[in-house]
Write a protein that binds this ligand. Structure first.
Ligand code: 1AE
Length: 407
C-alpha cells in the first residue's frame, strides 16, 4: 500500500456523503481537480486522494442530527513526510474545522511505518526490566508533592515502594522546580528504591516527569538517566507526538517512556468532533514510541465508555503493527475493588495504576500498596475480593470498606 488511510464519521441530515468524501479527497490533496488543465491533471494524478469507502447510516425514521456516514480516504505517501505532524495535517488539518466530522481511525502504509521504530521496550521489555512475567504490574502515583522538599519526597517514595508496587510515577503536574529538580529526585528516589527492594524483594521503576522547554527535553532526559533514572513520564499531547517520537527513537534515551494523557479530553469526548480516543491514546502513542500509555478507565473517577477503552487497548497490543506493543495503563480513581474488572478487560498485560487509591487507604500509603497486591492475588486466582479480605488480608479488607468491592 503506498497510501495512508483515514476513516472519518461525518454527520449531516441531508448531504450527499459521496460528494462530500470526494471533496475532502481532492481538497486535502491536490486542492482542485475539475479546474485543472489536462496536462496538470496528469502530473497531479499521483497526489490525488482516493475515496475508498462511504457507508451511510440512515435507518428508516432516522432522527434529525443522527444521520451519518463512515468515510475512508487514502492519501498518497508521496504527499507527506514520514512524521506524525505531516500525517495529521494531511488527513485532518483544515477539515477538522469544517462541520461535524471526527477522525476515527488511521491506516499506516509500510513505507510510512518504516520511519517509526516504535517503543524501545514495550510490554516484554518492561517485564524483562522488572523480572515479572506472570501477573499484572502495579504502579503508584506520587500525590500532593508540589512544594515538598527532598526529604518529604523521599518519605513518600519509600512508603509507596514498601507497599510492594512495581512502578512509581511522578504526578504529571510536578514540573522542574528548585526543591526537587529531576536529577536530584532521581538520585534520592532510586537510592530509596534500592533500600525498599531489600525488604520487598521486588525491582522498581521510577518514571520521573520530563518537563521544560521542548529544546531542553533531551538534555534533561540524559541528565536524569546519568543520575540513574530507569523510566520517564512524558505529557505527550502538550508537546506533540513528534517530540515523543524523537525522544523514544533517540539512542541516548535508554529507558522506557510512560505517556500521560493530559489534554486528551480536549480532543476525543465529542461524538461529532475531534479525534477518537483509540487514535489519540492508542495508535499514535504507540507509533510515537510510548512504552506505557495511561488513559482513563471505564470504571474509575474519570470514565470513558468501555467500547472506546477496549479500542485503545486493542491498538496498543495489536500484532498487526511491526513494532513493539505498548503497556495499557487504565487510570484515574482506581482502587483495589476495581482490580477484578481491570483484569477481566485487560488480562494480565496491564498496569494497575493508582494515586488516591493508594495514599487514601485508611491504614496509610504502604497499606494501600499491600491492598492492591492482595486484590491482584485474589483476582488472579478468581477468588472474590471479600473472601480473600476475610482470609487474613486486613489491608484489602479496609480498602473494600472504604471504596467498595467488585460489582
Ligand atoms: C488518567 C491519568 C490519571 C493520573 O495521572 C492520576 O494522577 C490519577 O490519580 P488518581 O489515581 O485518580 O488519584
Amino acid at each position: 500500500m503506498n497510501s495512508c488511510t483515514a476513516t472519518y464519521r461525518l454527520y449531516d441530515d441531508k448531504a450527499d456523503f459521496r460528494k462530500k468524501a470526494e471533496s475532502i479527497s481532492v481538497g486535502m490533496t491536490v486542492g482542485s481537480w475539475t479546474e485543472l488543465p489536462q496536462a496538470k491533471r496528469e502530473s497531479m494524478q499521483k497526489h490525488l486522494g482516493q475515496v475508498l469507502q462511504v457507508d451511510v447510516h440512515e435507518p428508516e425514521g432516522v432522527q434529525p442530527g443522527e444521520r451519518y456516514a463512515d468515510v475512508t480516504i487514502a492519501y498518497p505517501n508521496v504527499n507527506f513526510s514520514k512524521d506524525i505532524p505531516a500525517l495529521l495535517v494531511t488527513v485532518f488539518g483544515k477539515i477538522s474545522m469544517d462541520g461535524r466530522i471526527k477522525l476515527n481511525r488511521l491506516g499506516f502504509s509500510d513505507d510510512y511505518l518504516s520511519a517509526f521504530p516504535g517503543p524501545k521496550f514495550g510490554i516484554s521489555g518492561i517485564r524483562d526490566l522488572l523480572g515479572v512475567y506472570d501477573r499484572p504490574l502495579l504502579m503508584s502515583i506520587f500525590k500532593s508533592v508540589i512544594g515538598l522538599n527532598m526529604d518529604e519526597l523521599k518519605d513518600q517514595f519509600t512508603k509507596q515502594a514498601l507497599g510492594g508496587v512495581d512502578l512509581i510515577k511522578d504526578d504529571e503536574i510536578l514540573f522542574e522546580n528548585e526543591f526537587t529538580p529531576i536529577e536530584k529526585r532521581v538520585e534520592v528516589c532510586l537510592k530509596a528504591a534500592e533500600a525498599a527492594s531489600r525488604e520487598t524483594g521486588k525491582k522498581l521503576l521510577y518514571a520521573a516527569n520530563l518537563t521544560g522547554h521542548t529544546s531542553s527535553l533531551k538534555s534533561q532526559a540524559v541528565k536524569a538517566i546519568q543520575a540513574g533514572a530507569n523510566a520517564l513520564l512524558f505529557n505527550v499531547l502538550s508537546y506533540g507526538y513528534d517530540v515523543l517520537h524523537e525522544l523514544s527513537s533517540d539512542p541516548e534515551i535508554t529507558v522506557p517512556i510512560a505517556a500521560h494523557p493530559a489534554l486528551a479530553g480536549a480532543y476525543y469526548p465529542s461524538q461529532h468532533y475531534g479525534i477518537s480516543a483509540s487514535v489519540l491514546l492508542g495508535q499514535l502513542m504507540r507509533l510515537a514510541g510510548a512504552d506505557l500509555v495511561l488513559f482513563p478507565s471505564p470504571y474509575g473517577s474519570v470514565t470513558m465508555p468501555r467500547e472506546e477503552n477496549m479500542a485503545i487497548r486493542d491498538e496498543l497490543i495489536s500484532s498487526a503493527l511491526p513494532i513493539k506493543t505498548s503497556m495499557p495503563v487504565p487510570s484515574a480513581g482506581i482502587h483495589p475493588g476495581l482490580v477484578p474488572l481491570i483484569l477481566r478487560d485487560f488480562g494480565q498485560d496491564v498496569v494497575v495504576n493508582a494515586g488516591g487509591g493508594i495514599h487514601g487507604h485508611p491504614m496509610g500509603t504502604e497499606a494501600g500498596g499491600h491492598a492492591f497486591v492482595q486484590a491482584i492475588e485474589a483476582a488472579q486466582q478468581s477468588i472474590r475480593l471479600a473472601d480473600y479480605a476475610e482470609a487474613d488480608h486486613p489491608e484489602l479488607k479496609a480498602a473494600l470498606e472504604a471504596w467498595g468491592g467488585e460489582r
